[in-house]
Write a protein that binds this ligand. Sequence first.
Ligand code: KIV
Length: 276
Amino acid sequence: MKKNIGFLHSKKYKHEPITVLTCYDYPTACMQDEAGIDIVFVGDSVGTNILGYKSEMEVTMADMLHHLKAVHRGVTNAYLLIDMPYAADRNAKQAVANANLFLDNGADGVKLEGGTEKVPIVTALTEQGIEVCAHIGHNPQIHGTKAATHGKTVSKAKELVQTAVALAGAGAKLIVLEKITEEVSQIITGTLDIPTIGIGAGRYCDGQVLVINDVLGMGTLFKHAKRYQDYDHLTFEAISQYIYDVENGDFPRDENVSHIAPDKLARVQKWLESER
Ligand code: KIV
């Protein structure tokens, strides 16, 4: 059954954790969906994790659409969320047009980064019936790739709570809390009616999101993440073994090749001789 925003909200009220992973391609989308993930999320982290960009700020609408289309082909049940890339939501008109482009290509909702300055954008999207996920705390599009923890001082804690309330009041249906102290995330989760999805925000959010590369063991291991696979090591070993096998004549083997029947081969050879 297709998971919708009502289903995600019901999980908050039943105290059932919401599961979210970033996803950038078709085969991974198929696996996440089959495994029963709640939200498949095409994050703008595709830029640094897949496209080799230095920062999220380089990611374009065209990049996001390309990856959304691939992911959408693999999703049947999960809620499909996508990031508005850098500068794609500068004003309400532009944000609505870009969000509609995503919805037309399979997204169920859009996520955007930022604080109270994004309230008018969230309002405009919501008025058009577009489901919005807000994103506060560390915002890579604003703060860059180096993530500091937010919510360590009284004033910052208050500001985060007020910002979350303002974004939810503007109509946000979900909110990502990134790199926020566990205590402040817990306060926000208890204050809002909408689900909070944490990344580096502790144990008391309504759901958790991780970057799929971190889960699989690709690249750097971050404090907030957990490795469930050793992709880098396994992939390097597989590639090295393939190179070794080809160089040493151990691949392909007879089981990997196709044959022509001996009588037909004899006729081909006879024909070749007659052509000489
Ligand atoms: O793009 C991304 O990976 C994110 C994280 C919060 C998961 O926005």
